[in-house]
Design a protein around this ligand. Structure first.
Ligand code: ADP
Ligand code: MG
Length: 422
């Protein structure tokens, strides 16, 4: 069976998406790979297709129990022998799955990272040939990421234990340079093929403004988008309340969302926005996880968020339908101060040592600096974001507030330095 046949037969697709084929080929040629693609780009296929074509079994290490179950169900429906091993199984089910695995009944086994070093698992894998280990959500290995999982650090110990080292493939959607370096080093990838793709959202127009009066600037944007859906993100609950009530006073159809509201009210407000009963959602970063509303025409950041990851994720909620949409950031020096304050009062986990807490703060400060530079660069804003995620685009998109402005010669870098020398 060729990879194209597998794609058609098991998944029903006619062609690969960007990046998929190169990653599949890399794995099939026996090379370690690291695939960095945004959510929804289709990372699973990159290891599932090789899994079907390689002689031995594929272990998929994944942190999310619900996700494992979904994927295994889908694979089973497509006629692929797959199973998962995690804490959602009863002891009996777990034993059965392990012994089926040892008997070579599965082609793909999803396993939680904590399970790798258990005795029963180690005994079972002695009897089988592992062709590929795929590490999904690989950013969990890095303390730079949002979802650090200490058990991910043990994956390379596990691969060292194996007599025949399988190919190792790592996948993630959130890879800044720091996270990517951690993945390569901590997973022990050998001369990996690295593919980063698809972070560019061409229909989004990026704008940065440094208005004297934010409210006026925001109103101007809202008026330009009269009759369209938009999200306004603010850094604090207080600002959310103020902006929302001003909008309502001015006759706009607005609602709000932040952690200070009851569950009931949050749900109600979110639905008002999702079902177009309200046009403008004013919210803190608590809003948006898993929200898939296609017709958001603009995302306005009333304040600068804490880092580019957050910014791109929030701004990216605009234009899911592919139509032109605006991502506007209103900067003021106070935003840096507020974010700085949040970083300073970050509570370290109870059991973490003081050194780590200090390191984490320093990392957050570094990310904040890069966010602040975004507001001061005179380079293409889209390119700045893509470079942050390790993707190289054109240095001129022709459609952001920098590409659309002709700059006067002034020492912007020095201004930025003064502002962010904290
Ligand atoms: P990711 O893990 O990158 O977030 P998934 O692997 O979950 O993304 O895939 C997202 C969706 O894209 C799935 O519904 C999947 O079936 C679909 N998909 C993946 N590859 C292709 C392809 N080559 N053609 C069409 N749809 C695809
Ligand atoms: Mg995935």
């Amino acid at each position: 069976m060729t990879k194209e046949e597998a794609l058609k037969k098991y998944f029903g697709y006619d062609s690969f998406r960007a990046g998929q084929e190169a990653l599949v080929d890399g794995i099939l040629q026996g090379r370690d790979v690291c695939g960095i693609m945004p959510t929804g780009a289709g990372k699973s296929l990159c290891y599932q297709i090789p899994a079907l074509l390689l002689p031995g079994i594929t272990l998929v290490i994944s942190p999310l129990i619900s996700l494992m179950k979904d994927q295994v169900t889908t694979l089973n429906q497509a006629g692929v022998h797959a199973a998962f091993l995690n804490s959602s199984l009863t002891a009996g089910q777990y034993r059965a799955a392990i012994s089926n695995m040892a008997n070579g009944q599965y082609k793909i086994v999803y396993v939680a990272p904590e399970r790798l070093h258990t005795e029963s698992f180690l005994r079972a894998i002695k009897q089988i040939h592992i062709s590929l280990i795929s590490v999904d959500e690989a950013h969990c290995i890095s303390q730079w990421g949002q979802d650090f999982r200490p058990s991910y650090l043990k994956i390379s110990d596990f691969t060292e234990l194996l007599d025949d080292r399988p190919v190792i493939a790592a996948f993630t959607a959130t890879a800044t340079k720091e996270v990517r370096d951690d993945i390569l080093v901590l997973l022990g990838l050998r001369d990996p093929l690295q593919i980063t793709t698809g972070f560019n959202r061409k229909n989004l127009r990026f704008l940065v403004q440094k208005p004297q009066n934010k409210w006026n600037a925001a109103m101007k944007m809202v008026r330009e988008h009269e009759g369209e859906c938009g999200i306004i993100y603010c850094l604090t609950r207080k600002t959310v309340e103020e902006v929302c009530s001003e909008l309502i006073k001015n006759g706009y159809s607005a609602t709000r969302y932040h952690a200070g509201l009851s569950d009931e009210e949050r749900r109600h407000n979110q639905e008002d926005f999702l079902y177009d009963r309200k046009q403008i959602m004013v919210a803190t970063n608590a809003f948006g996880m898993g929200i898939d509303k296609s017709n958001v025409r603009y995302v306005l950041h009333y304040n600068m968020p804490k880092n580019i990851e957050s910014y791109y994720q929030e701004a990216g909620r605009a234009g899911r339908d592919g139509l032109p949409s605006d991502c506007i950031l209103l900067y003021s020096g106070q935003d840096v101060v507020t974010n700085q304050f949040f970083i300073d009062k970050m509570e370290p986990a109870e059991d973490s040592d003081p050194e780590t807490a200090a390191q984490i703060r320093e990392r957050e400060r570094e990310r904040l600096r890069k966010m602040t530079f975004y507001c001061f660069t005179s380079d293409c804003l889209r390119d700045y974001i893509l470079r942050y995620f390790g993707e190289y685009g054109d240095s001129y998109c022709g459609n952001c507030s920098n590409c659309l402005t002709k700059f006067e010669e002034l020492d912007i870098t020095q201004t930025a330095r003064n502002l962010i020398s904290f």
